[in-house]
Design a protein around this ligand. Structure first.
Ligand code: HEM
Length: 467
């Protein structure tokens, strides 16, 4: 069986000048990652323009052992940088995503119970409602064999899932549009500001700083409405309140200090869950659908699995663990197209990085994008091969260099949630449609901002299949 090998983005031009480099990085952080090799582990570095006179280096970590040291073994020595906090603060406040030290540890202790396995199981029915709504939308936009922008459809779906599982209410269409538009404006500016910020330019001098703050506020307003409704119901002592992620966040008490989240902190955490939980899942799903459309053999086998497991009835939580191939399709999409292409940390003190000496404050780009494609670790690294997870070589490669959800103490607490929502959505789509390439659509152009997207969207033809 021949495997589908998606085209890799073009490598960086040989020795681009500083301005050209700045333009490439402002468009996509893949420019930093693509400057290194996909063949062998290593740590590279790239100069970025600096306004502070002294040359600034960004380190590109594509060595599995070094990545593990930074994220797992010595995580405390490589905190998140203030630049990321500044970039995201207008949307997520001082939430778990950007804090460090004791503040982060307390937040993590309070957030973990909201996303633990049992709660993910409880969320299944709400995820299925959102998936059914998304399917109806796909049916309407596809018609027979029509081309559909599946990246847009998956963004609305993932936003709806987050809304329903946090608040136990669907997101109204107008609110979804408002939230997604605000988020997109925010993400473009936040990314550009983060990259420009590497140069040391103060935020108040960057064009678009106010627009980023306004976009963050707009999105927070959408999320504050259902939060206020719930706080009012709790204050009124209403019985039978929903048991959902918000209820868990409100009830959470830090076992060490006995404190819970204040209403302002709740808004920060809810906004952070919206940011961390919808763009990433939407990105992974869109790439998975693209890969399935290009790999008819894998698609047919995955559809047969769905039919064998679910039969003609409604999909249930109990089916999830038997949808192994569908799940591996998603895991393989996360390998080739990790939604978080770069996990960014900084040095707290001088550190040897490969052949170089990094200085305190130097940014480290730990790169799932490259680690997942290292030809010295992954057999047939560039091919779409979901069966690899079932082979001894594949399992070894996963152990060494598979980190779509990061690793260590700051590993994504939403991983089980994301795998469940994606397996469910893919299974429902496979049961309802055959996916084929849209010949009018040029191959996708991966562009990494806060998450990995395709510059020209992801379009797939959907043809209804008989049940
Ligand atoms: C395919 C989907 C997802 C992917 C690929 C993903 C990936 C990641 C990665 C790589 C990180 C580490 C970022 C860093 O350290 O800089 C992270 C952190 C995080 N993710 Fe996810 N994520 C996904 C879905 C979700 C979902 C659905 C939720 C919540 C419902 C979530 C909540 C979080 C939170 C709260 C953090 C911060 C953890 C901390 O710093 O302690 N993620 N995610």
């Amino acid at each position: 069986m021949s495997l589908f090998v998606p085209p890799k983005p073009a490598p960086l031009p040989e020795k681009p000048g500083l301005l050209k480099r700045a333009r490439l990085i402002a468009r996509s952080s893949l420019a930093v990652l693509q400057s290194g090799s996909y063949a062998a582990p290593g740590v590279g570095r790239m100069a970025v323009p600096s306004v502070r006179g002294r040359r600034r280096w960004v380190y590109q970590v594509r060595d599995p052992a070094c990545a593990r040291d930074i994220l797992v073994n010595r995580a405390g020595d490589f905190p998140k940088g203030e630049l990321m906090g500044w970039m995201l603060r207008p949307l997520t406040g001082d939430s778990i995503f950007t804090t460090n030290g004791e503040v982060w540890r307390r937040q993590r202790r309070l957030v973990d119970p909201a996303l633990e396995q049992a709660r993910v199981r409880e969320s299944f029915a709400r995820m299925r409602e959102a998936a059914e709504t998304a399917l109806q939308g796909l049916e309407r936009s596809a018609g027979p064999g029509g081309a559909v922008r599946v990246d847009d459809a998956m963004t609305v779906f993932a936003a709806d899932v987050i809304f329903r599982t946090i608040f136990s209410e669907p997101i109204a269409e107008a609110e979804a549009r408002e939230a997604i538009a605000a988020f997109e404006a925010f993400q473009d500016l936040a990314y550009a500001h983060g990259m420009i910020g590497l140069s040391g330019l103060p935020g108040w001098l960057m064009p678009g700083t106010w627009a980023r703050m306004r976009a963050g506020k707009r999105l927070r307003r959408v999320l504050k409405r259902p939060l206020d409704r719930r706080l009012a119901r709790v204050a009124a002592g209403e019985p039978d309140l929903p048991t959902d992620i918000l209820a868990s966040l409100m009830a959470s008490r830090d076992p060490e200090t006995g404190t819970g989240f204040s209403p302002d902190e709740l808004l920060d955490q809810v906004s952070m869950l919206f940011l961390a939980g919808h763009e990433t899942s939407a990105s992974g799903l869109a790439w998975a659908l693209y890969l399935l459309a290009e790999a008819p053999d894998v698609q047919a086998r995955a559809r047969a699995e769905v039919k064998a497991v679910v039969g003609g009835g409604s999909i249930a939580f109990e089916h999830m663990k038997r949808l192994g191939l569908v799940r591996d399709v998603f895991r393989e999409a996360l390998r080739l197209y990790p939604p978080v292409t770069t996990v960014v940390r900084e040095c707290a003190r001088p550190e040897p990085m490969g052949r170089h000496q990094a200085r305190p404050g130097d940014p480290l780009f730990v790169a799932p994008w490259i680690l997942h494609r290292l030809s010295s670790v992954w057999p047939n690294a560039d091919a779409f091969d979901p069966d690899r997870f079932d082979t001894p070589e594949g399992r070894e490669a996963v152990r060494q260099a598979y980190l779509p959800f990061s690793l260590g103490p700051r590993v994504c607490p939403g991983a089980a949630f994301a795998l469940q929502e994606a397996t469910l959505m893919l299974a429902l789509i496979l049961g309802r449609f055959e996916l084929t390439r849209d010949e009018a659509w040029p191959p996708p152009e991966p562009v990494a901002k806060l998450t990995l997207r395709s510059a020209n969207g992801v379009t797939v033809r959907l043809t209804p299949v008989s049940p």
